[in-house]
Design a protein around this ligand. Structure first.
Ligand code: LLP
Length: 419
């Protein structure tokens, strides 16, 4: 860690490449064991860089993107377009055109406006595009309320419960330039139990059955989204990747057998569980403020700009002093970031050895939704990202420079001329 600091500086995102590859392999092995046809799409929103897209490709993953930026990153990395799935509840015309021109594999259509726009653009370009319809199965996952998306009151998708999903299937199957492959459901994120997924499979299967009987439309693909939890701190109790996959594939076998001539191909979209625990953020300790009898604040050289999750979701993290990992615990401190706001706290009440300025703090499990949600608040530069494997480290994103900070700024002549 000291070497990494010397070479790349801090804050620094460090990603254990081997662990990322293992997680991809675990999903693929678990699906192979099920005997079902499948695709495992890495949800790139969790952490999207060109090197990561390359690894996802090498490990046989598909890729879920939600913006032109993620799509561009994937294409620049040489990710095969056919295995890219485009998500999002408000794809722009430009994004739709870009994705059609790139010949991506599938659009996950979220709403009727998009359905008509996509069909029109595809017609204009004289192509037929493959789609899934995003449905909300009405399953509420046990997770933080801001990241539950499967319940009826959601900005995403067509509701199965109120008939809008049925209407959407009917409409989609009538569009000349759309090929409806099936449906997509995502019930939330950081989920520890399998029941929510099983329930979603059951609801989707019942829906598929009614669509098959009443509209003679067969779903070839059922995408069950992501949301598989990971352990951030003691008390988090995620299952093994293989357990999530087995629960889903077993539920598919149960609920689609008997009435469906062929079991659908199953797609999933793990993000957090591919990269989350492979990431560590390294900070340098700077100042501290001891309020006797109240609390000791210890400030690091990053904070909510590189990890907004504690401020946004009250997420908990564990950390240790990387340069003195074996020293005995001596004090309880709270880790503050360097932004000008009181909410910029990374960890409350952390037991550490006596902390000094210059110590290195390593916060674990920061691989998902940290780099990808980082900001330039307070015009703080976003950190570098390195991948480590077998004792070697390689830069995959360079640290932003001060020049980057003003790189897009313009002083209009009218203002610069004013005295
Ligand atoms: N598929 C869809 C349609 C999604 O919306 C998401 C996450 C995923 C897959 C991947 O879910 P995962 O396996 O990573 O749980 N920023 C929040 C998480 C937001 C998740 C949004 N959608 C956080 O930091 O916890």
């Amino acid at each position: 860690m000291t070497e990494l600091k010397a070479r790349y500086g801090t804050p620094l995102y460090i990603v254990d490449e081997e662990l990322v590859r293992q997680r991809c392999q675990q999903y693929i092995a678990a699906f192979r064991a099920s005997g079902l046809k499948f695709q495992v799409a890495y949800a790139s929103k969790a952490f999207c860089t060109m090197a990561m897209c390359r690894i996802a490709d090498q490990e046989g993953m598909s890729l879920d993107v939600v913006s032109d930026g993620e799509l561009y990153t994937a294409l620049q990395a040489g990710f095969p377009a056919k295995r890219i799935h485009f998500h999002g509840n408000n794809k722009t015309l430009e994004e739709i055109e870009m994705a059609i021109d790139a010949e991506i594999g599938c659009f996950v259509v979220d709403n009727l406006v998009e359905l008509h726009l996509l069909n029109a653009v595809a017609a204009e370009k004289n192509v037929r595009v493959q789609i899934l319809l995003r449905v909300t199965p009405g399953v509420e996952a046990h997770t933080h309320e801001y990241i539950s998306t499967g319940q009826t009151d959601s900005k995403f998708g067509f509701d199965i419960g109120n008939g809008s999903a049925f209407e959407a299937v009917k409409l989609a199957s009538e569009q000349s330039n759309l090929e409806l492959l099936g449906v997509h459901s995502h019930i939330g994120s950081q989920i520890f139990e399998v029941e929510g997924f099983e329930m979603a499979v059951q609801r989707v299967a019942e829906f598929a059955k009614s669509v098959s009987e009443q509209l003679a439309v067969q779903f070839k693909v059922v995408n069950l989204g992501g949301g598989f939890g990971i352990r951030y701190v003691d008390g988090d109790t995620p299952l093994e990747v293989s357990q999530y996959v087995k629960a889903i594939t077993d539920a598919v076998k149960t609920h689609f057998s008997g009435w469906s001539s062929e079991l659908p191909e199953i797609w999933v979209e793990p993000g957090r569980s591919i990269v989350g625990d492979a990431g560590t953020t390294l900070y340098t300790v700077g100042t501290s403020k001891d309020i006797p009898g109240v609390r000791k604040y210890v400030a690091v050289d990053g904070g909510m700009t590189d990890n907004p999750r504690p401020a946004l979701y009250e997420s908990k993290y564990e950390a240790l002093l990387a340069n003195r990992a074996n020293d005995p615990v001596e004090e309880t401190v709270s880790i503050a970031g360097k932004c000008c706001e009181s909410g910029d706290m990374l960890i409350w009440d952390l037991d550490l050895p006596k902390v000094n300025s210059g110590d290195l703090l390593a916060v674990s499990c920061t691989g998902a939704y940290n780099y990808s949600m980082a900001s330039n608040y307070n015009r703080i530069r976003r950190p570098a990202v390195v991948f480590v494997r077998e004792g070697e480290s390689d830069l995959v994103v360079r640290r932003e420079t001060l020049q980057d900070i003003v790189g897009n700024d313009v002083i209009p002549e009218r203002i610069s001329k004013q005295a």
